[in-house]
Design a binder for this molecule. Sequence first.
Ligand code: MG
Length: 511
Amino acid sequence: MLLCKLIVSSTLKLSLRLLEKQKCGGVLEFQRCHSINRLESAYQAIRDKCDSKKLPKDVEIKAVFACNELDLKEVKVYGFDYDYTLACYKPSMDYLLYNLGRQTLIEQFKYPKAIGELHYKPGFAIRGLHYDIEKGILLKLDSFLQIQFGSVYRGLTPLSNEEVLQVYKNRIIPIAYVEARTELEQDAYTKMVQLADLFSVPEMTLLCNVADYFERNHIDFHPEILFRDVKNSFRNSHPVMHKIVEQNVSEYIKHSEDLRLFFNRLVAADKKLFLVTNSPYRFVNKGMAMLIGNDWKDYFDVIIVQARKPRFFTEKSRPIRVFDEQSGTHVWDRVMKLEKGKIYYEGTVKQLQDMTGWRGHQVLYFGDHPYSDLADVTLEHGWRTGAIINELTHEIETLNRTDFKQNANWLQMLTQLIEEHQDCEDPNEQRVLAKWMQERDHIRNEIKFVFNEQFGSVFRTYHNPTYFSRRLFRFADIYTSNITNLLNYSVNHTFYPRRGVMPHEYSSYFV
Ligand SMILES: [Mg+2]
């Protein structure tokens, strides 16, 4: 009986093969059809599987995300940066900074008047890019210091992959070119600067606009000189920006109904509050009065302005000084204790800790700059840290789009299909694989464009976390798009990090 079944089944298979062979006309043709059919049915099977998969649930836009476990019960003291942490700016701030920087370039640095016609391009740059000051190239790096192809610009012109390889000879940038271990190294080798805060987005746009103008008009320029001039013109125009914003805060700062509520809740829970900002007092005072009310200072136990972070966190000795609010002048007295209601400036974190007794894990400090706000306090002083990343709103809205979810899902599955079939050597099969690779490139670009046409997501390159997000995850215990999102959690909440999938662990189609 069994033998009969075997004979019938093998006869059936043979006749089917013969039929296919006849259809294809000859042995070679038969093999070709067979191998292509095999790949095509594998493709179709995985496509069907992808279409039948349920898409992941939307990510909560106002959620707080944990990189590290953080128990708020242990936090007795809440510290805050001001710009882009408590005060979130409207797009009008980007235009103001850009226009002032451009004006300073023309008036103080004697750049051609024609650059006055170069307008701000919203959405050109994103935070976290690197600028190669020697070569005049703006580019996005991943956490392995690999260049993300397709996100490399000279002026406003994208460089092709071949051009990038011609310039850098490699797709990985040597670490000494990006990160300095000592100050000596900083001058000798480090030729890339990272633009890690939101104030630097209009700065990068001006830099690229002017470089493009020089290129188009065949004007020779040294990229490093242009970089330093643009940087200095932004720095020089900051005091003017402060004055303009002070006169009309609501034109530039987004209203926040919830901020006062948030502070009320912290005070009611017996938490101490402090502010450490690099901005000057008058500027902060106007903004906080709009955001919280004229009594905003009552919420804070310590207020330090013009702190010069990151030096505030790194310098060993620099006296803390008192600013006399009434006369608007600085006072020369030695500060022996920190008093509520007084305004201090400069100083160091050591003095803040010594005079308050606030230490280590009982302090949670929020800032928007992963390095100058968060790196030193967590690495040197063991403070807990929270990052306020405004771009998360746009990033999560994009992640929640159905077309994005479908593309991300399919990209992952198609990549796996390619990985499993890549070793076939037949030229016909190779052609099918090349077609798959082309499709994969197409989806990868689509996934990138939806975040930002030039540079993609702030957090991801094609496959890896960006250089920016690696640093962010290293230095921030939690991160969220707005400080008031914490109102969605109790003051005793514990944030738990998600158990991520490591390469050797179970696979997940959607990461
Ligand atoms: Mg800030």
